[in-house]
Design a protein around this ligand. Structure first.
Ligand code: ZN
Length: 183
């Protein structure tokens, strides 16, 4: 379970890719676990945190068009709850195509316990489940080209999450510096 967040740091790393223009990311609503609703809205909140930190970063619009249940290289950004290894909470799969297109699919582990906090609040809810938008904020950072900040537990790009935390929904200084270094 989480505790109240401390300060972030200026740490960031980059993956070497960038989003080249406005795109849509299609969530598959049929994969939504029981108890969750309107995950596309959580996804939009996560995307907006990054776009709001860098005026040059392309805008991504979350929709519900997808019927995909596993990541597939098809030039379409897609998000879903699906099968991942038991120790992996979420994963972003990115393909850089020879024509310059960059595609990312995000998988949230359907076997994990999830909830949707009503807001970031104090940064930590006493709930034994993972906040969907908190985890999506981290994964959409990968989509925008950010790597991990392994020494900064309160940065969005810290590689692990704890149940109840919501503080990754808002970016730390290093996360903002990172996206501004890319776009
Ligand atoms: Zn990560």
């Amino acid at each position: 379970m989480c505790g109240l967040p401390g300060p972030g740091t200026n740490e960031y790393s980059t993956e070497g890719w960038k989003v080249l223009g406005a795109r849509t990311m299609q969530f598959n609503p049929s994969t939504t676990p029981a108890g969750l609703a309107n995950v596309a809205s959580s996804l939009q909140g996560a995307l907006d945190a990054w776009a709001g930190a860098d005026a040059r970063a392309p805008r991504l619009t979350a929709t519900t068009g997808s019927t995909t249940t596993s990541p597939v290289a098809d030039h379409q950004d897609e998000a879903m709850f699906g099968a991942l290894g038991s120790t992996t909470l979420s994963e972003t799969f990115t393909w850089t195509w020879s024509d310059g297109d960059v595609e990312s699919d995000i998988v949230l582990n359907a076997s994990a316990a999830w909830f949707q906090a009503p807001s970031e609040g104090s940064g930590c809810y006493q709930v034994a489940a993972y906040d969907v938008q908190d985890v999506l904020a981290h994964e959409t950072g990968h989509l925008y080209g950010l790597g991990h900040a392994p020494n900064s537990p309160y940065n969005t790009m810290y590689p692990t999450a704890t149940t109840g935390e919501t503080y990754k929904r808002s970016l730390a200084s290093g996360d903002s510096l990172g996206i501004n270094s890319i776009y």
